[in-house]
Design a protein around this ligand. Structure first.
Ligand SMILES: [Zn+2]
Length: 153
C-alpha cells in the first residue's frame, strides 16, 4: 500500500497494533503508515492507548458472574415450558376443500351422464332413418308384432 493509495480503515490499524495481521497485509500497511502522516498519527495514538490499558491494574470483581449466570440458566430450565397446541383441523378449515370436492364430483357425474345419455339420444335418429331399409316396407301388415319391429323385444 503506497502513500498515494487510499488510507486503510482504523480497524486495520488497530489490528496492526494488536499484532493480528498476517505477513503480506502487515508489510503493506507498515509501508503505507511510513509514508502517510494521518495514519502514522492514528497508529501512534492506538499504540499509546494500548500501553495505557496495559498499565491499568487488573480488577477482580467481588462476585463470580459465571456462577450467577449458570444459576439463572438452571432456574429458567426448570420453568414449565409452554405447551404446544396440537395441530387439529377445524371444520371451517376443511369446509372449502369438502365443498370443492363435492362440487367436482357432482360436475363429473353430470358430465359423465350427459356423455352416456347424449350418445343414446344421438343414436336414436339414426336408427329411425335406417328403419326404412328393413325387410318390411313402411305400412306393411305385420303377421306378428315381433316381425315388424325386430330391434325391440
Ligand atoms: Zn494513510
Amino acid at each position: 500500500m503506497s502513500p498515494a493509495e487510499k488510507c486503510p480503515r482504523t480497524v486495520a490499524l488497530s489490528a496492526l497494533v494488536d499484532d493480528e495481521l498476517v505477513e503480506p497485509a502487515r508489510v503493506a500497511l507498515d509501508a503505507h503508515v511510513a509514508g502517510c502522516a494521518i495514519c502514522a498519527s492514528v497508529l501512534a495514538e492506538f499504540r499509546q492507548l494500548r500501553t495505557s490499558f496495559a498499565a491499568l491494574p487488573d480488577v477482580a470483581p467481588g462476585v463470580d458472574f459465571a456462577s450467577l449466570v449458570e444459576r439463572r440458566i438452571a432456574a429458567a430450565a426448570d420453568l414449565p415450558k409452554p405447551k404446544l397446541r396440537a395441530e387439529r383441523w377445524r371444520w371451517w378449515q376443511v369446509a372449502p376443500a369438502a365443498l370443492g370436492g363435492a362440487l367436482s364430483l357432482s360436475v363429473g357425474t353430470y358430465l359423465g351422464s350427459a356423455l352416456v345419455l347424449g350418445s343414446q339420444v344421438m343414436a336414436q335418429p339414426e336408427a329411425l332413418q335406417m328403419a326404412a331399409f328393413t325387410a318390411n316396407p313402411p305400412g306393411a301388415l305385420c303377421p306378428a308384432l315381433q316381425a315388424c319391429n325386430p330391434t325391440r323385444r
